[in-house]
Design a protein around this ligand. Structure first.
Ligand code: VG1
Ligand code: CO
Length: 546
């Protein structure tokens, strides 16, 4: 075997964020940058007896630098002693598909090459993360160990071999390691067919039901074409922007009202199909827009929880649910009614893993358009669409009716997130510190028409492994349950992004269905006043409102 030991030096800042390491493509293109991180992953997760006999899963969202990175990882995995790597054809695996493949083949883990909803292309972002044998993102103790290794690395190993042709499915060899180039979609589709009643869904489309799915030029295109159009018989053209492009055709593959505006406008128009949905760069998010009815992601989680029994996989009910802390309390109300537990975790899917593995929860989600279940250990965009379709097929109702009835039953949690992107890092920290300093004295005070009931910096105590994660967001909770939450993003690559999450519960049905920003106007005002965001950052308005 032709293993080379290559000298290197640590790079600053290889600390994984909310979901892996994300940096500008140009940062990843520096010699050794990616290799250092891959070597650090291997060092952090290497079992005492090495990787002999172990399988690694490898794939990404197809963004710029994906293919180069695939070849580097393959050569390093071979040098590290892995027996086999399963790679998605053309280096493509959506994040949920990678999770499904890891679980199906009982792999040791997987490396996912993605910067998810971040923009791509030569000037865009690239990313990488490690998922463990449960198919889920590595927990903090592993990401911390990876980071520690990046700070002291002096060399890494790689085999000196030709590239593997990942454009064709088949079995290859790279210095004694088997490389299987697999169909990117098949295993994932098979899992979806186990969870959902595809006959019922075919019936829905046969009855004339129409849908538009926006793959945003990102990874879900091939999955959506195969599942919605080919397997379920949705009309050709149901999937828009369905061919993955290394730069997402210049768009930002973030399914929100700014970047999925074309879809939104269509669904609000006279020509609207019955149902619209969009996914993100790596296929783990979903945005749901019914005909003339936007569904806020936190509400989508609540609706899925309330109606999950519409799909065979969840017919016997849910063990429990979970949401990330900044996600609205809409799902809590459903859990309450169902008499099941609802857990509150920090932002990021890695915190759901233990609860899912322990069987404490069946469904979980985040306000950032992520929902998923115990079928894998990542959020799953297409899965969420299939569950929505199952509910629509079973009830025969429109999205608009479902939302109206849901709010009438549970009340409405008005909710919005205001993002201030690419803020100067020092200014962003100043904003957070300014809020933090007020927390101890806020309780009991009156802010506008609201009285502060609690104010803290969220710490999570994992009920399964006892680990503690501090500094997960600043919360100001009012005595009617309304909340303002402040966090710094852990996925950005330029400056800092301040996220302000604002929520108000409305029990009175006569006050449901109002325009969200108007319904939250006073709290929005307070969120700016308390944080002094304009004075400190110079920003008058957020860059993105979702
Ligand atoms: C954001 C979202 C968070 C999500 C994360 C990864 O993180 O807020 O809910 O889990 O992205 O999603 P942050 O730290 O920027 O707020 V993805 O689809 O980008 O992997
Ligand atoms: Co994503």
């Amino acid at each position: 075997m032709n293993i080379q030991t290559i000298s290197t030096q640590p790079f600053d800042g290889q600390k994984p964020g909310t979901s892996g390491l994300r940096k500008k493509v140009t940062v990843f293109q520096q010699p050794h940058y990616l290799a250092n991180f891959v070597a650090s992953i291997f060092a952090a997760v290497k079992p005492a007896d090495g990787f002999v006999g172990k399988t690694l899963v490898l794939g990404g969202d197809g963004r710029y630098y994906n293919l180069e990175a695939v070849q580097i990882v393959l050569k390093m995995a071979s040098a590290a002693g892995f027996a086999r790597v399963l790679v998605g054809q053309n280096g493509i695996l959506s994040t949920p598909a990678a999770s499904a493949v890891i679980r199906k083949y009982q792999a040791f883990g997987g490396i996912i090459l993605s910067a998810s909803h971040n923009s791509g292309g030569v000037d865009g972002d690239f990313g990488i993360k490690f998922n463990g044998e449960n198919g889920g993102p590595a927990p903090e103790k592993i990401t911390d160990a990876i980071y520690e290794h990046t700070r002291v690395i002096t060399s890494y190993e790689m085999v000196d071999e030709a590239d593997v042709d990942v454009t064709r499915q088949g079995v290859y060899d790279i210095a004694g390691m088997v490389v299987e180039v697999i169909d990117s979609v098949a295993d994932y589709q098979e899992l979806m067919e186990q969870l959902f009643d595809f006959n019922a869904l075919r019936g829905l489309f046969q009855s004339g039901f129409t849908m538009k799915f926006d793959a945003m030029g990102a990874v879900t295109g091939p999955y959506a074409h195969a599942i919605f159009e080919r397997a379920l018989g949705a009309a050709a053209g149901t999937v828009m922007n369905g061919t993955p492009s290394p730069n997402f055709n210049g768009h930002h593959p973030d399914p929100n009202l700014v970047h999925a505006k074309e879809l939104y406008d269509l669904l609000m128009s006279d020509n609207a199909p019955n149902f619209g949905a969009a996914s993100d760069g790596d296929g783990d998010r979903n945005l749901i827009i019914g005909r003339h009815q936007f569904v806020p992601p936190s509400d989508s989680l609540a609706v899925l929880a309330a109606n999950a029994t519409a799909a065979p996989a969840y017919a016997s009910g849910l063990a429990g649910v979970a949401r990330s802390m900044p996600t609205s309390g809409a799902v809590d109300r459903v859990a309450d009614k169902l008499g099941i537990p609802c857990y509150e975790t920090p932002t990021g899917w890695k915190f759901f893993g233990n609860l899912l593995d322990a069987g404490k929860i069946t469904l979980c989600g985040e306000e950032s358009a992520g929902t998923g279940s115990n079928h894998i250990r990542e959020k799953d965009g297409i899965w969420a669409v299939l569950l929505w379709l199952s509910i629509l097929a079973k009830t025969g109702k429109s999205v608009q009716t479902i939302m109206k009835e849901h709010w009438a039953t549970y009340g409405q949690n008005y909710y919005t997130r205001h993002d201030y992107e690419e803020v100067d890092t020092t200014a962003a920290n100043d904003v957070m510190n300014h809020i933090k300093a007020q927390l101890p004295t806020l309780v009991g005070t009156q802010l506008g028409s609201f009285t502060v009931a609690a104010a803290d910096d969220f710490s999570y105590h994992d009920p399964i492994d006892g680990s503690v994660s501090n500094n997960q967001g600043l919360r100001i909770v009012f005595n009617n349950g309304s909340r303002i939450v402040y966090r710094l993003s852990g996925t950005g690559t330029a400056g800092a992004t301040i996220r302000i999450y604002i929520e108000r519960f409305e029990g009175n049905a006569a006050q449901h269905g109002l325009e969200t920003q108007a319904a939250l106007a006073e709290l929005i005002q307070l969120s700016r006043q308390v944080s002094k965001i304009e004075a400190i950052t110079g920003r008058v308005e957020p860059s993105v409102i979702t």
